[in-house]
Every structure is written in C-alpha cells, then in structure tokens.
Design a protein around this ligand. Structure first.
Ligand SMILES: [Zn+2]
Length: 256
C-alpha cells in the first residue's frame, strides 16, 4: 500500500510505541480502581449523548476502561499485554497505531449513528484476531497453567462475539460490525483473494483432469464407446462412414 508507506514516512515518528501495552497498563490500573470504586467507570464510558453535552474526553477515555471488573477482563488485559510485541513486529508501531486509532474511529462513528454506551471491548477482539492471523500457532498459558494456541482462543472469542451479535438488538449489531471494520478492512481483501486463489487452483485442476481424460486416448469405438485405455488388446478400424470401430464390435457386426 503506497499510501500507507507515504503516511508512515511522514508521520511514523509520531507513533506511540507499544501502544497496546500502554493501553493494557492503563486498563490494568483502572480494573483495580473500579473494584475499589465501581462508580467511576461511568465517567469514562463512551456515551454519545454525554459527548454532545460537552464531555468530549469520552471520545477516547473508554479505551482505558476494561470491559468489566471480573477476572476474565483481567485475563483479557494480560493478553493485550502479550500480543503487543507480535503486532509491533508484524506491522511496526505506525501501522499498529493506525489499526488502533482507526478501530476507535469506527467505533465512535458507529456509536453516534446507532447511539449506545460502550467500553470498546470489540476493539480488543480485533487486536486478538489480528494477532491470530499472524501467529496462529503461538501458545499462551490460559489462567497461567493451561497451554492454548492463539487460533483456538481467537475462534472462541469469535464464537463469543457471534453469540453476542445474534442475541442483541439490530442497532447494537451495527455497532459491533462498525467496531470490527479495522479488522475487516485490513484482512478482508486478503481473505477474499486467498479464497479466489483457492477456487482458481481447484478450477485449473478440474480442467486439467477433464483435459487429461479427453486426450489420453486416441481411439474410441463409436458402437460400444470403449477406448484403447479400457482394453489395451482392442484394435480399431475406420468404417466406411469414417467412424472408429473396435474389433469386437466389427466381428459382432459381420457375424450378424
Ligand atoms: Zn466396440
């Protein structure tokens, strides 16, 4: 992508390095603060109506708000911490920044079109999915004991997301879809291309196979349809009408 390269050359130095880790650290702190004082999360959450009333910090503050105060979210935060390095290695800081900020942008736009409060938890799913595309077989320790490959974790998260998607009202579905846009735009074209390529290969193979069965024989009896491949002992003659006929059928004909 030439545009991305130009942007990277111009603005690359502005990128926040280890951005996912920075956000994870802030979420980690907030996770503890929320356990002490649960009410303060309401000051950070994304809320379009309150943003319109002037609380503009909510355009970004929701990012440092964990999805919840249960232990699962602490686990999510620790994943974010772990996947930062892989994503920086795959993309570099600038592109990772772009992915995060574009994801936030999409979520905010979706949040205003279909107004809804949100913690931006889908953004973390898109980070995990991106990591799983690059490092599907990387193992991590779930709950610090159970080894699990990232691809399974991503599939489980996708299933969870899919479950939420079908069980919420339509407006919230659009919200979720919009929040997934960074992932869909980054990886969608690649997936489609891959599927197309796979289709083309299958198509070529099919053509090759049928071509092979077409040209693999030279003689074909117009009466019984046998070729020299069906029976290597068969001899073929050309009849007066120009058709090919095998010995067996010729003998049978003359005997009649
Ligand atoms: Zn024949």
């Amino acid at each position: 992508m030439p545009l991305l390269n130009t942007l990277e050359q111009k603005f690359g130095r502005l990128a926040i390095s280890n951005i996912v880790r920075v956000i994870a650290a802030l979420q980690f702190i907030n996770w503890f603060l929320l356990r002490i004082s649960p009410g303060f999360g309401s000051k950070l959450i994304f809320d379009p109506s309150l943003i319109l009333q002037g609380e503009i910090w909510r355009l970004v503050s929701y990012v440092v708000l964990p999805g919840g105060t249960s232990i699962i979210w602490l686990l999510t935060i620790s994943f974010m911490w772990m996947i930062n390095d892989g994503l920086e290695q795959a993309w570099g800081s600038f592109r990772l920044n772009l992915y995060v900020f574009f994801g936030m942008f999409c979520m905010v736009v979706g949040g205003f079109i279909w107004p809804m409060q949100s913690t931006g938890w889908v953004l973390w799913a898109t980070l995990l999915f991106a990591f799983a595309v690059y490092f599907p077989d990387q193992e991590i320790l779930l709950f610090f004991i159970l080894p699990i490959k990232i691809k399974w974790l991503a599939l489980m998260s996708a299933a969870g997301l899919g479950f939420v998607f079908i069980s919420v009202p339509g407006a919230m579905r659009m919200n979720i879809l919009f929040s997934l846009l960074n992932f869909l735009i980054t990886f969608g074209p690649g997936f489609i291309q891959q599927m197309k390529h796979r289709g083309e290969v299958a198509d070529r193979r099919r053509r090759f196979e049928s071509a092979k069965s077409d040209v693999a024989y030279f003689h074909k009896c117009h009466v019984c349809g046998k070729t020299e491949i069906d029976d290597a002992t068969l001899d073929f003659r050309i009849t007066a009408s120009g058709d090919e006929i095998c010995d067996a059928c010729r003998t049978a004909k003359t005997l009649k």
